[in-house]
Design a protein around this ligand. Structure first.
Ligand SMILES: *Cc1c(COP(=O)(O)O)cnc(C)c1O
Length: 250
């Protein structure tokens, strides 16, 4: 059962941990206040309402239909005017219009190919509220090189970002995102996926002449968000530590 009371308490704990972890960063990584994206997938709309009432504004969903449903829930539309939805799942090109039609869509974190970037770029003018508003996107990188993970290869990231910057005038490049290997044991040292994303940003910035201060890193989840922040993450995606364990999908 979903317990309302705990959401606010959990959020408080996570926010405190984020502040503590932020204090341990190297100065070169401290240009961002790390953002907390509450991952509400598989959890009911009530969970979102509860977290929103506790001050949470950024929410992440990774199934298109669920994002569409929750974002159009009458109570959420009515009570959560400032909600900011992040799409963090794999996006197929035939679902682009569905995602772009989401009320209060804030950021698509999972752009992993030039074709997807171009599809988003072409479609966005039909959905945006004002003629100059760009769609915020991140490029997803498959740092763990696992076949079942989405994201572009580390080596491809500079050319994909270049494509976005040069050919997608309706998109605003915000940074790089990775999921990484599950269950990595931090006692073994810094998570290689996180190090790889940090290195990837360095290469992207070097090749394209960008300032690292303007390129965010979305990395870290319930099990490792503090570790990710200490290494320089600027946005963590936390689900089960806020909303409770999810039933395992069958
Ligand atoms: C589910 C999910 C999360 C959150 O995972 P937790 O371990 O529950 O914190 C973060 N990012 C992505 C892409 C996810 O699919």
């Amino acid at each position: 059962m979903f317990k309302m009371v705990e959401v606010a308490a959990n959020l408080k704990v996570i926010r405190e941990k984020i502040i503590q972890a932020s204090a341990k960063r190297l100065p070169e990584f401290s240009s961002f206040e790390p953002a907390l994206v509450a991952v509400s997938k598989i959890k009911p709309a009530e969970a979102v309402l509860e977290a929103y009432a506790a001050g949470q504004r950024h929410f992440g969903e990774n199934y298109v239909n669920e994002l569409v449903e929750k974002s159009s829930n009458p109570k959420i539309l009515e009570q959560c005017k400032d909600i900011r939805w992040h799409f963090i799942g794999h996006l197929q090109r035939n679902k682009v219009n569905k995602v772009l039609g989401v009320t209060n869509l804030y950021l698509v974190e999972t752009v992993d190919s030039e074709k997807l970037a171009s599809a988003l770029d072409n479609a966005w003018p039909k959905f945006r509220n004002s003629s100059d508003s760009k769609l915020k996107i991140m490029v997803q990188v498959n740092t763990s090189k696992e076949n079942e993970k989405n994201g572009c290869e580390v080596e491809e990231a500079p050319s994909l970002v270049k494509h976005v910057l040069e050919n997608c005038k309706n998109l605003e490049f915000m940074g790089l995102m990775t999921i990484g290997q599950y269950g990595y044991d931090v006692l073994k040292g810094p998570n290689p996926d996180f190090l790889s994303l940090i290195e990837c940003r360095k290469n992207v910035c070097h090749e394209l002449g960008l300032d690292m201060k303007n390129v965010e890193l979305s990395m870290g989840m319930s099990s490792d968000f503090e570790h990710a922040i200490e290494l320089g993450s600027s946005s963590v995606r936390v689900g089960s530590s806020i909303f409770g364990e999810r039933p395992t999908k069958t």
